[in-house]
Structure formats: C-alpha cells, structure tokens
Ligand binder design. Structure first.
Ligand SMILES: [Fe+2]
Ligand SMILES: [Fe+2]
Length: 317
C-alpha cells in the first residue's frame, strides 16, 4: 500500500482534528472480514482517511529536539503557545511514568524540562497527543483504553530494554508509544462508518489487525511528519529485519511488546475461540533477542518488570 492520506484540513472543516474517514456500506457487508480488510486498504490507498491532526506545537517540538543546539527556554516557549497541550504536558510529566516517586513535585514547565531533559519532554508531548486525539474514539473507548495502556506499557518496557542493551539511543519510549498506532488508525476508519462498537465488529476488526497494523502505523507516522527512523521501527516491530538487516530498535520494541503481552497488558487476549492478536512469532522473538545479544534470562527479567508494571495499575496513569 502506498501512503496517500489527505492533506491537513482547515479549521472550518467540520472533521478538523477528528481523524475521520467516509464510506457507505451496510453493517452486514462490514462483518465480512475480506470486505472489511479491502475497505480499510481502499480507504488508505485512496486518501479517504484524514488522521487526527498533530498540534503545530507538538510537530515543532519533535523537530526542535532533533537539533543539538536547542535551548530548554525555546522548548518551553513552544509548548506554552498551546494552552491545552501545556496543561496536559505538565500533568503527565508529574506522573510516575516520567517522575520517579519520592522526587520533588515539578512546579512548572521550565522545571520539567530541566529535570526530565528535552527528549523526555518530547516523549511527554507525544503521549499527550496520543491521549487527546488518537486513543480517543467514542463508541470504542474500551478497546482504545486497552490499546493506550498496552502502548504505554510497551513504551516503559522499551525504555528499560534500551537501558539494558547497547542500542538504546534516543527513541525507545517514543517507538513503544507509537508501535501499534496503526490499530488506532483502523479503529478511526471503522468508527467513521459504524460509530458504535459491537462484539461482532470488534471481532472482525481484531481478525484483520495482525496483517495490517504495522503498515498503517507507518502511514500515520508519515502523515504526522514523525522522523523516518521511528516510522521504520513501527513498521517492523513484528518482523525485525529491515532490508535483510536486523534492526536493534525494532528488536527492542518487539521484545517490550512481547513482555507486555506476557504480563496481561496486551490489548487483545483472544476470546470466543479466536487467538490473541498482536503477538510476534517465537522465531522472530529469538531473532530479536539475538540482535540485542540477550539470553533467555534477559527476556525473563523484562517480563518480570512487565508483571510489576501490571500490578502497579497502569489504568491510573
Ligand atoms: Fe503491540
Ligand atoms: Fe503490534
């Protein structure tokens, strides 16, 4: 599939920022998995889907943080231009996801940038965007909340896995956050046609997720202008070779996602006799371990951490 999403809408457009797509078919048709899959593909191929809008301030932060000479003051200034973003960023920066318990409370954005650093602030901004606009689909909130928790868990575990390997770099948390964003894109397209979820619709959706979400995720990342190396990881988090070469960051996210799933933090654990979705084949997981130079006990350690995370109550974060 070639990425072909719509241009940014104007604020006058009633669809502005809502990530909608249009179609015209009966519920009966949509319940046919083959039809459903081809419709999702067609919607993306023909550019009929308008993804949620990335706020200008967030896009600018992503860009700024890549520059070696950017000042904390500049980053704070950009975030403050968007009041809603700024309020949510400070609130999330104070959460245990970014501020260890026992630390002094962050009193301002300035304080947050100095304490957390620019890259963590970029991750906070990304998470606020996903919470506000992407993991929010009325009629599908139960699935979207599970997807949000799974994404946050994968991000936290990817950050930890990055610290335990020589390939951590700057992006593990960001890649973990966005890794399954393609699933959210599929839900947005479905919700524009069928605003209320039903068990039958969800079952059809989930049966198509494994084949489609990495590629759709890559398209969304391109539409938001998020840098190509993060996009590549999103596209390859279930098959870690890129052009025949194993990708260390894809391996980190692959294993983080696996650990989250093993700890019960997947967004779909299966049901009605259907297999759980969003799982990576054992052969590919072994390949990911080999890419990082990990033994079985390294992976077990990450799964143990995922179990502690599950017990800590991610729904409150
Ligand atoms: Fe996942
Ligand atoms: Fe996935």
């Amino acid at each position: 599939m070639e990425p072909r999403l719509q241009q940014r809408p104007t604020r006058r457009d009633r669809r502005y920022g809502r990530g909608v797509a249009f179609g015209d078919e009966s519920l009966h048709q949509l319940l046919d998995p083959e039809y459903f899959k081809s419709e999702i593909q067609r919607t993306f191929q023909r550019g009929e889907y308008q993804p949620p809008v990335l706020p200008d301030a967030a896009a600018e932060i992503f860009e700024l943080v890549r520059r070696p000479d950017v000042s904390a003051k500049r980053v704070v200034h950009v975030i403050q231009r968007d009041e809603v973003l700024a309020g949510n960023v400070l609130q999330l920066a104070r959460s245990p996801l970014f501020t260890p318990s026992g630390s002094a409370k962050l009193v301002s954005l300035n304080h947050a940038v100095v304490r957390l650093g620019l890259r963590s602030m970029r991750d906070v901004v990304a998470e606020v965007f996903l919470r506000m606009r992407v993991f929010r689909v009325p009629g599908y909130m139960a699935l979207m909340e599970r997807l949000r928790q799974h994404s946050v868990a994968t991000a936290v575990l990817a950050r930890s896995a990055g610290r335990r390997s020589p390939f951590g770099g700057d992006f593990p948390y960001l890649c973990g956050l966005f890794h399954d964003v393609g699933v959210a894109g599929m839900v947005h397209v479905l919700a524009a046609r069928q605003p209320k979820a039903s068990p039958e619709l969800l079952s059809v959706l989930l049966s198509c997720v494994d084949d489609m979400h990495p590629e759709i995720g890559g398209m969304l990342m391109a539409a938001w202008g998020i840098q190509a190396d993060v996009r590549l990881v999103v596209q390859h988090h279930h098959a870690v070779a890129v052009a025949g070469i194993d990708h260390p960051m894809a391996a980190i996210v692959c294993l983080a996602e696996h650990a989250a799933n093993e700890a019960g933090l997947g967004f779909d654990s299966g049901g009605d006799g259907s297999p759980p979705r969003d799982r990576t084949a054992r052969r590919e997981r072994n390949r990911a371990c080999a890419t990082l130079g990990w033994t079985t006990s390294d992976l077990d350690g990450l799964i143990e951490e995922a179990q502690q995370l599950a017990e800590s109550g991610l729904s409150d974060l």
